[in-house]
Design a binder for this molecule. Structure first.
Ligand SMILES: Cc1cc2nc3c(=O)[nH]c(=O)nc-3n(C[C@H](O)[C@H](O)[C@H](O)COP(=O)(O)OP(=O)(O)OC[C@H]3O[C@@H](n4cnc5c(N)ncnc54)[C@H](O)[C@@H]3O)c2cc1C
Length: 397
């Protein structure tokens, strides 16, 4: 019997842990190297759409997701001032009927902890910041800041938007500030009981900004994201404690529901949103990239983590098909890169669409949404939500 391929995964975020779980389930010898002293996620929510839940269910997480997640009844896009419905897409039984798997809203820490619970502890090495690697053709050696080293057959860079692996593989290139910041936070649902918020993901769209809220943690918390156009970002940090008064001021004149949610917030964090143009390649030799390391995207399709989860399933399927590692990684890149690039572009375009000032373009957008054939409507989203990334089909020429 031949030894299973050994895979080193740099980064223990949602992408890295899903990759580890998926590869372990397929019989590979996997180790995750995470720079932080412990695995952690920000205090915020995440949408786990059916294209991602399909993969997580297959990895045995269905019961935990159902227990910790919230299954919303709809994506509900509304107008900023009078709250008029622009498009309401049913999500609960309708997505299961259409795509076979549920849509969940989750606390990010709940998702990460669930993934981590299924990866044996001896395979996750915290306090291991990868500083460099060398691809020797038949193996890859890894070097860590703490002085340790490792040898693997395959290296996967799942080390986020600042990826060290990406920089060494493809050269330095800074991500660019998208002109948008996000305030995020969680509010105890009981504090908002008077609003009677429905179990929906509500997306309020208005001039230069939008606002999203939904329940997480079995309905105990309401997650909010306030996304605001802003010309410059001068601070060094990309994530800071935010001043909630600034966020409230930015939504002056908006619908009372938005203002009431912001009025109940005690703590918020602010993110400068960065992205990169789609890359031409993700894989060189025995090294490849995954998740935000290769396709960071604005959160305007709620697909960043879902695409990392898809990457994990596709990478596993490609590596399982052949012992020729570089060929498998090229195939992974060929099936994944066009899809992720398309979502990067759609997410960037939604920054313009969602934030249109009132006027003819906004009216045309609203009229198109009223046809129920755009955004998250079942028809428009089928190519995203209905995809099975674990089934490898050669891309069309
Ligand atoms: C406001 C906002 C809302 C979002 N909402 C959604 C949503 O609803 N649905 C969705 O699917 N996506 C959403 N996203 C996108 C999603 O958060 C990201 O795409 C996803 O978390 C990326 O996962 P990742 O594992 O690739 O990277 P990361 O989560 O960045 O993980 C990278 C990991 O690598 C580690 N690391 C970095 N460098 C090294 C190194 N040199 N050595 C070892 N370890 C290293 C880091 O510490 C980190 O743990 C949202 C993003 C934002 C900003």
């Amino acid at each position: 019997m031949t030894e299973p391929l050994s895979v080193g995964v740099a980064g223990g975020g949602i992408g890295g842990l899903t990759t580890a779980l998926s590869l372990l389930a397929a019989g590979f010898d996997v180790h995750v190297y995470e720079q932080a002293r412990e695995l952690s996620e920000v205090g915020a929510g995440i949408q786990v759409s059916p294209n991602a839940s399909r993969i997580l269910h297959r990895l045995g997480l269905a019961d935990e997701l159902a227990g910790l997640g919230v299954r919303p009844f709809a994506w509900h896009q509304r107008r900023w001032d009078d709250g008029r419905t622009l498009l309401r897409t049913p999500l609960a039984d309708e997505v299961v009927a259409a795509f076979g798997f549920p849509h969940y809203q989750m606390h990010r820490a709940d998702l990460l902890t669930t993934l981590a619970r299924h990866v044996p502890a001896e395979r996750v090495h915290v306090g291991h910041r990868l500083t460099g690697f060398a691809d020797h053709g038949d193996r890859v050696s890894l070097a860590f800041e703490n002085g340790e080293t490792a040898e693997v057959d395959v290296l996967v860079g799942a080390d986020g938007i600042h990826s060290t692996v990406r920089e060494q593989l493809l050269g330095p290139e800074s991500p660019h500030f998208t002109g948008c910041v996000a305030y995020r936070g969680l509010v105890p649902a009981e504090r908002l009981a008077a609003l009677g918020l429905p179990v929906e993901a509500q997306v309020w769209m208005g001039p230069g900004r939008h606002f999203v809220h939904y329940y997480v943690q079995s309905g105990r918390l309401v997650n909010f994201v306030a996304l605001i156009d802003q010309d410059t970002w001068t601070r060094e940090s990309w994530t800071d404690p935010g001043n909630i008064d600034d966020a409230r001021a930015a939504y002056e004149g908006w619908h009372p529901q938005v203002l009431d949610i912001l009025g109940s917030v005690e703590e918020t964090f602010i993110w400068a949103l960065f992205d990169r143009l789609p890359l031409e390649r993700w894989s060189v030799g025995r090294v490849t990239l995954l998740g935000d390391a290769c396709h960071p995207m604005l959160p305007f399709m709620a697909q960043g983590a879902a695409q990392a989860i898809e990457d994990a399933a596709a990478l596993t399927a490609c590596l399982a098909e052949t012992t020729d590692v570089p060929a498998a990684l090229e195939r992974y890149e060929a099936v994944r890169l066009p899809r992720a690039s398309r979502l990067q572009a759609m997410s960037a375009n939604n920054k313009i669409r969602f934030h249109l000032p009132d006027g003819p373009e906004q009216e045309a957008r609203d009229a198109e949404m009223a046809t129920r054939s755009t955004d998250w409507s079942i028809r428009a989203i089928a190519w995203v939500y209905g995809h099975d990334a674990g089934v490898i089909e050669d891309p069309q020429d």
